[in-house]
Write a protein that binds this ligand. Structure first.
Ligand SMILES: [Fe+2]
Ligand SMILES: [Fe+2]
Length: 169
């Protein structure tokens, strides 16, 4: 029967989409955050050249917020799961220290006035730290957790759920 057949086809297609979409969900979500923030740092650089003080401040506030939420998601959900899965404490400790350094710079930026002569430099150095940290995660930690067969689908839903709550705060 045509109706039954099309219903079955639809069901199969939907199932396939869901499966391929969520298998690597945690990596996808974190990588999307990384791409977003990298783009924001590039945009900040452009605003510096234009001496757009208002734009710079607005963007820096956004960068700090994005990074704070992202770090919290990793520290609460992704890192503990990764630590258990890959059994490489040195690597995970390094990532945590990098978060601490980034949070330090974020706090500095948040307490600074945009007219401060060190403002641009502080945001730029934060960008350099974050870029290095992102490389480390994407090139070392993510492949390791994938190889360790961590449940990236489940961790991904936890991250998505928590992010929604943190974004509302
Ligand atoms: Fe991180
Ligand atoms: Fe990250």
């Amino acid at each position: 029967m045509p109706t039954t057949q099309s219903a079955t086809t639809r069901k199969t297609a939907a199932h396939r989409t869901t499966t391929s979409k969520s298998k690597n969900e945690a990596i996808k979500l974190l990588t999307a955050d990384h791409a977003k923030v990298k783009k924001m740092f590039k945009e900040f650089e452009k605003l510096c050249k234009k001496n757009d003080e208002g734009g710079k401040e607005e963007l820096a506030v956004q960068i700090c917020r994005e990074l704070t939420i992202h770090a919290q998601l990793e520290e609460e959900i992704f890192y503990p799961a990764a630590r258990e899965a890959i059994d490489d404490d040195d690597l995970m400790n390094e990532a945590v220290v990098e978060h601490t350094a980034a949070k330090d710079l974020i706090a500095q930026i948040q307490s600074m006035d945009v007219s401060d002569p060190m403002y641009n430099a502080t945001v730029t150095v934060l960008g350099e730290y974050v870029n290095h940290h992102i490389e480390e995660e994407q090139n070392v930690i993510f492949p390791k957790v994938q190889k360790a067969k961590m449940d990236l689908e489940e961790i991904g839903s936890q991250i998505a759920e928590r992010k929604e709550i943190l974004m509302e705060e």
